[in-house]
Each structure stands twice: as C-alpha cells, then as structure tokens.
Design a protein around this ligand. Structure first.
Ligand SMILES: Cc1cc2nc3c(=O)[nH]c(=O)nc-3n(C[C@H](O)[C@H](O)[C@H](O)COP(=O)(O)O)c2cc1C
Length: 192
C-alpha cells in the first residue's frame, strides 16, 4: 500500500443506524473495523442521538443552513472525513427509521445544490460504502436503498464505492458473502 493511499482515507465516519448490538449489521461494522488500516474512526450512533426530524420548513432554502443546531457537530464530521460508512438493517424494504430521519436532515445540501445551479455545498469530495442486513432475500430492498443513498450522495459530494449485504438472516445468514464483499471493497480502496 502506498502512503498516499493510506492518507487518502485517514478519517472514517461510521453512521450506525443499527438497533441490535448482537445483530448482523453490527457484525458487518465490526468486521469492517477490524479489517481496516485507518488512524481515526468515529461513530455516530443514530439510535442513541436524539435529533430533530426535518419538518420541511424551508428555512434552509433562505438561510443555507438548518434552523436546528443539534446536528452541527455531526455535519462538520460528515463534511470533512474521507470515508463514510452507512450501516443499516433493512426495515420494511428501506433503511431503518433513524437513518431515514438523518438523510432527511441533508435537506440544506439539496436546497443549496439546486439554488446554486447544481453546485456542491460541501467542498470536499468523500467516499461512501453501505453495509446492510435483511431477514429475507432483500435484493430489491438493497437496490432501492442504494438508489435512495445515491440521491443523497449526489448533493453531498460523495462518491459511492460499494455495498456489503448480509441477507437471509431469518434463516441461513449470508455473513460470509457479506464479509467477502467488505474485503473486496477494502481491497479496491487499498484500505486493508
Ligand atoms: C421493523 C422490521 C422490519 C423489517 N423489514 C424487513 C424487510 O422489509 N425485509 C427483510 O428482508 N427483512 C426485514 N426485517 C428483518 C431484518 O432486516 C433482519 O432481522 C436483519 O437481520 C436486521 O438487522 P440486524 O441483524 O442488524 O438487527 C425487518 C425487521 C424489523 C424489526
């Protein structure tokens, strides 16, 4: 690994929307963490953080920021890290509720993007990967989830790198497949 590649992903933010500590998504997060070579990993646990929902007030349209300040610290990490890992179980064919709520708080980035002729509010280009688990096949849900994220990534200056997906957790969990997907991603990113 070249030193330049190592430096490229020096700081990693894990956005954890996982409710079960002994569940499969957490296992993917732990597997990811134990296989990376990065100096600085911070985690934002959405189930523990009490943040406001976006209420569509359009304050951000006028003021280029949210009227709520409760996510300011998170947003400053989100805007400046090198890599963001979004971890969520599949609930009702989508991301879990706090993850959905967090994505909705990206509304200031959407409004800035369209107000300024598709200019990114966030200067730094970052990368993101998605870790997810589903009780059943979940492939359609995963496609839908990735599409949802790609909308968000398009206005938050993020390049989507890939996803690792543990499905059939209700019966025969495909954990090895998901771990191999993580390894593939890490190899591609030179993060191992
Ligand atoms: C509220 C809720 C909704 C769920 N919806 C789905 C679903 O739409 N599709 C699916 O395949 N599994 C669904 N599941 C099963 C979870 O995706 C599965 O248990 C997964 O392993 C949860 O992640 P975890 O192991 O990290 O907790 C649901 C589970 C819950 C609690």
């Amino acid at each position: 690994m070249k030193q330049s590649d190592f430096m490229k992903y020096n700081k990693i933010l894990i956005v954890d929307a996982v409710s079960r500590n002994d569940g499969f998504t957490k296992k993917l997060v732990e597997f990811f963490k134990s296989n990376i070579n990065a100096e600085n990993v911070v985690t934002f646990e959405t189930y523990k953080e009490k943040f406001k929902f976006c209420d569509g007030c359009n304050f951000c349209e006028e003021n280029e920021r949210c009227k709520y300040k409760d996510l300011d610290l998170f947003m400053s990490e989100f805007e400046t890290v090198d890599l963001i890992v979004f971890a969520t179980p599949v609930y009702n064919g989508m991301v879990s509720a706090p993850m959905k709520a967090l994505i909705e708080r990206f509304q200031p980035y959407y409004s800035y993007f369209y107000k300024h002729q598709k200019t990114q509010k966030i200067e730094k280009r970052r990368s993101a990967i998605i870790l997810a688990s589903a009780g059943r096949d979940g492939e359609t849900a995963l496609e839908y989830i990735v599409t949802q994220y790609k909308y968000a990534f398009s206005v938050t200056n993020i390049e989507f790198i890939g996803s690792a997906f543990c499905n059939f957790t209700d019966t025969y969990p495909n954990l090895l497949k998901a771990e191999n997907e993580i390894k593939d991603i890490l190899e591609r990113m030179d993060l191992q």
